[in-house]
Design a protein around this ligand. Structure first.
Ligand SMILES: Nc1ncnc2c1ncn2[C@@H]1O[C@H](COP(=O)(O)OP(=O)(O)O)[C@@H](O)[C@H]1O
Ligand SMILES: [Mg+2]
Length: 398
């Protein structure tokens, strides 16, 4: 790669006195192995070109590959999304009534992991806050806030309604009463990973109260409908649904390319390397970005200003592993126990798994809840369920 750059002002200040006018400043060309001067040189200076080159060389060697690490993080919500126009348009049309103080319909978003469900929902929240003055938006990750109490508390906290509420000691009914009494601007509540909510009785009041509307997110649409109580099932049958599919290779490439533009030095990576990453990520943007991050870190550590094929190849298993480790860290205690049992077995049948689980925890959850936990771990590619419901076995995904 050959790159021509202007000599940075700061470096002139450290090596030249007086600083030449811009038209008299030399241009420097990076050749990968070194730096060469091009164009005019600064004849007015007493310092030799060698000194300048030496300093420049030093600078090149410490030029960080990553210029903005924030944009490579998983939680980063870009101001511009790639390839989800249809989904965001549909979502904003559904939420439009809120601008007139009306309650939008409940929306269900579903799809595999790493396809932008969370990202799109948060992006809509940012847009809503910018465009509608009188609207509230609250995001709850139900995997983290899995009890009815915690999820409810989280919503009220976001709405600034928990000042005098003491966690644990305030009865749940009182929290519900707060929700009922809320008379602020209409509020959109996103319940992400809603299939992990232990007790879905929270959804009914949220659905019924005119101040609130919901965006429900899960991997499978059925898991949402199965989890909610009967009063709500019929009401949700007619609700808006948006299915997010795995990304195509081109889409992953442009998602990564945007992050490269915002967060890495110029010309940090070739298109065909992005393609290689997209191919390895198999439709999952979380994995693609994790591989990209790992490759960039490798180049950064090697103080190179370009990501090489070796960096990419080494980053592919590392990126997958990082995502897997993050998913393991997300598991709640009961899921972690199941994971540990599976780790100790090649494969195991549901009944033996449940028995082993019961022995290891103090207050075992129902068989149905355990199946629900396992389904989540499957959606996050931590485990594999082989066979049909009759001859099912579980194993860890290696
Ligand atoms: N359309 C998109 N444009 C830009 N970034 C995206 C897009 N879709 C996903 N991402 C990024 O990919 C990662 C995974 O997306 P996420 O929304 O967490 O997936 P999901 O919730 O479906 O599992 C996040 O870091 C997110 O910022
Ligand atoms: Mg998500």
């Amino acid at each position: 790669m050959i790159r021509t750059v202007d000599f940075p002002e700061i470096l002139y200040q450290t090596v030249l006195d007086p600083i030449p006018s811009p038209s008299r400043r030399p241009r420097y060309q990076f050749t990968g192995s070194g730096v060469e001067t091009r164009g005019v040189t600064s004849g007015s200076s007493g310092k030799s070109t060698t000194t300048i080159l030496y300093r420049l060389r030093q600078m090149v060697e410490v030029t960080p590959m990553i210029t903005d690490a924030r944009v490579l993080r998983q939680e980063f919500v870009p101001g511009d999304l790639e390839h989800r126009d249809a989904e965001t348009t549909y979502l904003s049309e559904t939420l439009a009534p809120i601008a007139d103080g009306e309650t939008p319909e409940t929306v269900i978003i579903h799809g595999p992991s790493g396809v932008g469900k969370t990202c799109v929902a948060k992006y809509m929240g940012d847009t809503l806050r910018q465009e509608v003055l009188d609207a509230e938006f609250q995001y709850v990750n139900c995997w983290q806030h899995y009890s009815r109490y915690r999820a409810l508390h989280r919503i009220l906290e976001g709405l600034g309604q928990t000042l005098d509420i003491h966690r644990q000691s305030t009865p749940r009914d009182e929290l519900f009463e707060r929700l009922r009494q809320y008379d602020g601007p209409p509020c959109v509540v996103v319940l992400d990973e809603v299939d992990q909510l232990e007790d879905t009785r929270l959804l009914y009041p949220l659905h019924e109260l005119p101040q609130f509307s919901m965006i429900l997110i899960a991997n499978r649409e059925k898991a949402i409908l199965r989890a909610v109580d009967e009063r709500l099932t019929s009401r949700l049958t007619g609700s808006e649904r948006i299915r997010f599919d795995a990304y195509h290779e081109d889409e992953l490439v442009s998602i990564m390319a945007a992050r490269v533009r915002w967060g890495l030095v110029e010309n940090a990576i070739h298109d065909d390397q992005l393609r290689r990453i997209a191919d390895a990520a198999a439709g999952d943007a979380r994995i693609a970005l994790s591989i990209l991050r790992s490759a960039a870190r490798r180049a950064d550590r090697a103080t190179e200003n370009q990501i090489t094929t070796d960096h990419v190849e080494a980053a592919i298993p590392a990126g997958h592993e990082e995502v897997r480790q993050k998913s393991i860290d997300t598991l709640i205690h009961h899921q972690r126990v199941l994971y540990d049992i599976l780790e100790a077995h090649q494969e195991i049948e549901p009944s033996s798994l449940y028995e082993a689980y019961q022995e290891r925890v103090e207050e075992p959850k129902s068989d149905r809840t355990v199946r629900n936990y396992l389904a989540k771990m499957e959606h996050y590619n931590l485990i594999v369920a082989d066979g049909t419901s009759r001859d099912r076995t579980y194993r860890l995904r290696k």
